[in-house]
Design a protein. Structure first.
Ligand code: HEC
Ligand code: HEC
Length: 184
């Protein structure tokens, strides 16, 4: 399985590059954070009013503010069906992942919610929150690829057998705060 895409690996573009550029964009990262709080804006700041995934346990749903079909505008809560964060049990963290780590995670059923490549393809094409991310309304930058172009890149990655980029040589890293230390 390695030989066919060796040529691609040797040229600088890796089939996962364009997929990673979308997944690591604030529109996706803001709901797939490393900590307990969703993130906001193009700068991915922690959500205002101390909103974290724990508010659901206290009886407030994200959809109290993020109502489906609500009018959209700068600073207003964005709206898409099933607006919520991944669960604490299966947090699906994208924030702070390298493309290599993200790729390994995305194709591992134990860490992606048990999804086959077909189910992943479905999710990328039709999940209402993914669809929203590509037309996020005023005041929010969409990801660097259009949704159709992203689906092409994703399909190409699937067709090639989900190859993952190699991790860049390691410099000891101590930068990302542990999830528990993130500001709430
Ligand atoms: C409003 C929050 C939100 C946004 C924005 C969002 N996601 Fe998600 N995503 C979720 C939730 C919640 C789940 C957990 C599964 C579920 O509830 O359907 C999830 C799951 C996933 C999964 C795993 C598949 C699964 O069903 O377990 C992938 C892959 C994914 N999202 C990709 C993306 C990409 C790519 C973007 C941006 C283009 C994005 N997400 C934007 C909330 C979001
Ligand atoms: C009290 C109302 C309120 C509640 C509750 C709330 N939000 Fe928000 N949320 C907002 C507002 C308002 C914005 C827009 C802020 C801005 O863009 O300046 C926002 C923005 C966001 C964004 C940023 C989207 C982007 O990419 O720019 C995400 C992600 C988000 N909320 C997720 C959640 C999640 C997940 C929950 C539930 C755990 C939740 N919110 C609960 C009001 C709320």
């Amino acid at each position: 399985m390695v030989a066919p895409f060796l040529a691609l690996v040797l040229s600088q573009a890796h089939p996962f590059d364009d997929v990673a550029r979308v997944l690591l964009h604030p529109r996706c990262v803001n709901c797939h954070p490393a900590g307990e709080a969703p993130l906001q804006t193009d700068a991915s700041r922690p959500h205002h009013q101390h909103v974290t995934r724990r508010i659901e346990a206290l009886g407030t749903h994200c959809t109290a503010c993020h109502r489906p079909n609500a009018p959209q505008g700068v600073g207003l809560p964005p709206s898409a069906a099933e607006w919520k964060m991944p669960s604490a049990e299966l947090p699906l963290v994208f924030e702070g992942r390298s493309p290599a780590q993200l790729c390994d995670q995305l194709k591992d059923p134990a860490r992606n919610g048990g999804l086959s490549p077909e189910a992943l393809r479905e999710h990328m094409a039709h999940d209402p929150r993914v669809v929203w991310s590509f037309s996020p309304g005023p005041g929010r930058t969409p990801p660097p690829l259009t949704h159709p172009r992203f689906l092409e890149a994703f399909e190409a990655w699937l067709q090639q057998g989900q190859p993952c980029p190699k991790e860049a040589p390691k410099v000891p890293k101590s930068k990302a705060p542990a999830p528990a230390e993130r500001p709430r």
